[in-house]
Design a protein around this ligand. Structure first.
Ligand SMILES: C[S@@+](CC[C@H](N)C(=O)[O-])C[C@H]1O[C@@H](n2cnc3c(N)ncnc32)[C@H](O)[C@@H]1O
Length: 461
C-alpha cells in the first residue's frame, strides 16, 4: 500500500473510531454521533462513505464481532479495555464484511489505530488477533462457523441479533424466513418516494430523476410510489424537493393512509403524527380539503411536521402538541383517526443500526401498555360509524395483534374492518383481517396495520 493511501485509510478509520467511542461512552444514537463526527472532521466524500460503513457496520455486527474476539483471545471481548475492543471491531469488520479492502490494509491500519490511541503496547496483540482470524476464517475453527445447535443462538451469533428478537421471529415465520430476515436487516434499505399529486405527476418526477442519472422503479403496490435504485447523493438536492413534489416515505408507511381511506372535507386526527409522513399523505389523499389534527407529544418532532407541511404547501393540517391520552375535547368529533403508535420498530432494523441493541423485551412490554392506553383514548374521538386505523412498524405480536385483541375483548362493539379484495391493500391482508408487511415477502419495511369500525351507535368505546 502506498504511503498516502495508508494515511487516508487510517484517517477515515480514526474518525470512525472517535464516533464509535462517543457512542460507547455516551450511549448516543449512532446516526447522531456519526453526524457530529462528520461535521467536526469534515472528511471528503469517499472517506465519508467508509466512515459510515465502519460505524454502522461495527454497531450492527457487534455480537458477531465480539464472538470472534471471544473465540480467539484469552480474555472475553467485554473484559478487554473498551477502546481496544472497538479497534478490534473495526479491523475484524473489514476482514469479515468488506470485500473491497485488501486484507493487509485492514490489518496494518488497525494496528496503526491502536498505536495512535494510546494502545501501542497492545499493537502486537491486535496484529496477532487479526492475523489469527485470517488463518481460521471459513474453517471449522472460525468462531462464526462453529456448530451451534440452538437455532436462536446460532442466528443471533451469526447475524448479530439479540436472542429475544430472533426467537420472536422464529415463532412467527419459521427458521428459513427468519434467516432471510436476519440477512436482509443487515443490508441498507432502498429509498422510496411518495409523489404529491397536488403538485406534480409520477411521470414528471420519474423523468426529472432519470435526467439527473438517478434510476428508479415504480412501486408494484402504490400508485404514487417510486423506489430509487441508484445512488442519490444528498436528498435535498434531488429534483422537486423544494417544490414539494415528493416525500421520502417507505412503501409500507404509505399503505397506512390508504387503509384509513380519508375523504375530502372530513375531520381526521393523526394521534402520533411526527415527523408527519402520514399526516401529509392523508392531506394529499383528501385533496387538501377538510381538517386534519396532527398531534404529537414531542415538540421538537412537531417542528419537522411543520417543515413538511410548508414544503408540501398544505393548508388542511393543524399541528397540536400534547399527550394523545389526554384530549377529552375530541370526544366524538372525528370521522377517522390514525393511531401510528410508538413501538419497538422491529420492522425497520435495517434503518437504525443500534435499534436491535436498544430495545429490550421489558421496553416492548411498556410500549404495549402505552399502545393500549392510546387505543382506548383514540376510540373515544370517533363519531358513530367512524374509522380507527392502528399501525406500528414492528414485527412483534404483543404490540400488534396482542394490543388489538386486548382492545377488542374489552370493547365487543368494535370489529376489524378488512379492506376489500379489489383494494391495493389486498396483498397484505391476513385471514384475521389485519395487514402484515414482511420485508422478506414484500420488499418493504415490516409493518402491522388494522382498520377498526364500531358496529353500534351506543357505547362508543
Ligand atoms: C411511529 S412515530 C409516528 C410517525 C408518524 N406517524 C409518521 O408517519 O411520520 C410515533 C410518534 O408517537 C409520538 N408519541 C409517543 N407517545 C405519545 C403520546 N402519548 N401522545 C402523542 N404522541 C406520542 C412520538 O413522539 C412519535 O413521534
Amino acid at each position: 500500500m502506498k504511503k498516502n493511501e495508508s494515511q487516508k485509510l487510517s484517517t477515515s478509520r480514526q474518525i470512525a473510531f472517535w464516533v464509535l467511542a462517543e457512542i460507547d461512552r455516551k450511549s448516543i444514537f449512532s446516526d447522531v454521533a456519526l453526524d457530529n463526527g462528520l461535521q467536526h472532521h469534515q472528511p471528503n466524500k469517499i472517506d465519508r462513505k467508509l466512515i459510515a460503513e465502519l460505524v454502522y457496520g461495527c454497531v450492527r455486527q457487534r455480537r458477531s464481532l465480539d464472538t470472534i474476539v471471544d473465540g480467539l483471545a484469552r480474555k472475553k471481548s467485554d473484559r478487554q479495555p473498551r477502546d481496544l475492543r472497538l479497534i478490534l471491531h473495526i479491523g475484524l469488520y473489514q476482514l469479515c464484511y468488506l470485500d473491497r479492502i485488501p486484507e493487509s490494509a485492514a490489518v496494518n491500519t488497525t494496528v496503526e489505530l491502536a498505536k495512535q490511541n494510546n494502545l501501542a503496547g497492545l499493537a502486537g496483540f491486535v496484529n496477532g488477533i487479526l492475523r489469527q482470524y485470517l488463518r481460521v476464517r471459513n474453517t471449522p475453527d472460525d468462531p462464526l462457523k462453529k456448530a451451534i445447535e440452538n437455532p436462536i443462538e446460532r442466528l443471533g451469533i451469526v447475524y448479530s441479533y439479540p436472542n429475544w428478537i430472533v426467537e420472536n421471529w422464529l415463532e412467527q415465520i419459521g427458521l428459513e424466513e427468519t434467516e432471510k430476515l436476519c440477512k436482509l436487516f443487515n443490508r441498507s434499505p432502498a429509498l422510496h418516494l411518495r409523489i404529491n399529486p397536488l403538485k406534480t405527476t409520477i411521470d414528471t418526477v420519474e423523468s426529472a430523476l432519470k435526467e439527473r442519472g438517478i434510476q428508479c422503479d415504480r412501486s408494484s403496490y402504490l400508485p404514487q410510489g417510486l423506489k430509487l435504485t441508484s445512488a442519490t447523493g444528498e436528498v435535498k438536492q434531488l429534483p422537486g424537493f423544494n417544490e414539494g413534489w415528493w416525500t421520502i416515505q417507505d412503501g409500507s408507511a404509505q399503505l397506512a393512509s390508504y387503509l384509513l381511506d380519508p375523504q375530502p372535507d372530513e375531520t381526521i386526527v393523526d394521534a402520533c403524527a411526527a415527523p408527519g409522513g402520514k399526516t401529509t399523505h392523508i392531506a394529499e389523499l383528501m385533496g387538501d380539503r377538510g381538517k386534519i389534527w396532527a398531534i404529537d407529544r414531542v415538540a421538537s418532532r412537531l417542528k419537522k411536521v411543520r417543515q413538511n407541511i410548508d414544503r408540501l404547501q398544505l393548508n388542511s393540517i393543524e399541528v397540536c402538541q400534547g399527550d394523545s391520552r389526554d384530549f377529552p375535547q375530541l370526544k366524538q368529533q372525528c370521522d377517522r383517526v390514525l393511531l401510528d403508535a410508538p413501538c419497538s420498530g422491529l420492522g425497520t432494523l435495517h434503518r437504525r443500526a443500534d435499534l436491535r441493541w436498544r430495545q429490550t423485551p421489558q421496553m416492548a412490554e411498556e410500549l404495549a401498555i402505552l399502545q393500549g392506553e392510546l387505543l382506548e383514548a383514540a376510540a373515544t374521538w370517533l363519531k358513530p360509524g367512524g374509522v380507527l386505523v392502528y399501525a406500528t412498524c414492528t414485527l412483534h405480536p404483543p404490540e400488534n395483534e396482542g394490543a388489538i385483541g386486548h382492545f377488542l375483548d374489552k370493547h365487543p362493539h368494535w370489529k376489524i374492518d378488512p379492506p376489500s379484495p379489489e383494494s391495493l391493500l389486498s396483498p397484505f391482508v391476513t385471514p384475521a383481517g389485519w395487514l402484515e408487511v414482511w420485508p422478506t415477502r414484500h420488499h418493504l419495511d415490516g409493518f402491522f396495520m388494522v382498520r377498526l369500525k364500531h358496529d353500534s351507535t351506543e357505547d362508543l368505546t
